[in-house]
Write a protein that binds this ligand. Structure first.
Ligand code: TMP
Length: 266
């Protein structure tokens, strides 16, 4: 009988632990493994919990959206899915900005400006926050970004251009499955390309960092269900994955160790 060699797994080197994800050293130089956890936080860590199966679903949803964005020419850090909770990504130097794109008033925007949640903003609005938990991710203008050298004017131009293209494309994609893309948060990273750094899309795109409302009923299908204790949190993430055609086969996301994502039917 053919004897299988059992390879001792060497412990992976942890690089960074975030609130919803963990990064490990990748198998080749310039790569990292991005691991999606079920942990959820809100209001700058004040509220903590877990959403069962979230990591598996966000891994698939983010893979799917990053691949579609790559197809329209948006460079991303995504390389390939490794297993149910992990993907291989390009190692980048993160630009310390949270780039928020809003189409509809909601969340902190509705609160700050006293606008009714659900009001269409007419045109997409971009906001920047300085990515710093200790300071509570304060809002910043381009002036702050340049003064603190967080990004160059050229990088901010590229980030704006990508953010608007991503918004255009994802708004249409989600509308096609009956979902209104209300707002979302992006992060970008620098990748050395020849003698120049290129700005590429990093982090994830999932119901953790998007507001997604059912077009017909207005039902929230995103992390606001957790933030606002609305219940049916797991169901909402599953519903988004199901509509995008990336829901893992029944129950498999709970027990499976490894699986390639199902082939798209379209
Ligand atoms: P906000 O209305 O709370 O400012 O959130 C705007 C969008 O950004 C919303 O889709 C949620 C997302 N977001 C994150 O992904 N991470 C964060 O830390 C915050 C504050 C918002």
């Amino acid at each position: 009988m053919h004897k299988r060699k059992i390879l001792a797994m060497s412990p992976r080197k942890p690089i960074y632990e975030g609130k919803a994800k963990q990064l490990f050293e990748g198998p080749e130089p310039g790569t990292l493994i991005q691991h999606f956890k079920d942990d959820a936080t809100a209001f700058n860590n004040q509220k903590k919990g877990t959403i069962a199966g979230k990591g598996v679903l966000n891994n698939r949803i983010s893979e799917y959206l990053m691949l579609r964005l790559h197809e329209i020419g948006v460079p991303t850090h995504f390389i390939r899915t490794l297993n149910m909770r992990e993907q291989l990504i390009k190692s980048v130097q993160i630009v310390p900005l949270e780039v928020i794109v809003r189409n509809v008033a909601a969340g902190s925007f509705a609160k700050r400006f006293g606008v009714k949640e659900g009001k269409d903003l007419g045109q997409p609005l971009i906001e920047y926050c300085y990515k710093n938990d200790a300071l509570g991710d304060p809002f910043v203008s381009e002036e702050h970004i340049f003064a603190f050298h967080w990004a160059t004017p050229q990088e901010v131009d590229e980030i704006r251009m990508y953010a608007l293209r991503i918004n255009d494309f994802l708004s249409g994609l989600f509308m096609g499955v009956g979902i209104r893309l209300v707002d979302f948060k992006l992060e970008f990273g620098r990748l050395a390309e020849g003698d120049r750094d290129q700005v590429i899309l990093a982090d994830e795109i999932s119901p953790d960092n998007c507001r997604l409302w059912d077009v017909k009923t207005g039902k929230k299908l995103d992390k606001d269900r957790f933030r606002q204790d609305l219940g049916q949190v797991e169901d909402a993430y599953q519903e988004v994955a199901r509509r995008l055609g990336v829901l893992p086969p029944e129950e498999s996301h709970v027990i499976a160790v490894d699986a390639r994502p199902p082939r798209q039917k379209k």
